[in-house]
Design a protein. Structure first.
Length: 72
């Protein structure tokens, strides 16, 4: 095998490895994006729940932050 054929074979091999790596990295990035979106949805739900609980406390109930623990 002459030098040119050997260089082309090496380049094709490197290309194959790089292409495989790129596909794997793309899958990881896509999975991370899904996780970020899920965490954002959870954060919004928690904020809404906290807001609902805060609104419910204004109806004369004691705010848990202001309430003294039982040992005081």
């Amino acid at each position: 095998m002459d030098k040119l054929e050997q260089r082309v074979l090496e380049l094709e091999t490197r290309y194959s490895f790089l292409d495989d790596l790129l596909q794997k990295l793309n899958e990881v990035v896509a999975q991370q994006q899904r996780e970020i979106e899920d965490q954002g949805r959870i954060a919004r739900m928690l904020q809404q729940r906290i807001s609902e609980l805060s609104e419910g406390n204004t109806a004369g109930a004691i705010n848990p932050i202001d309430e003294k623990p039982p040992h005081y």
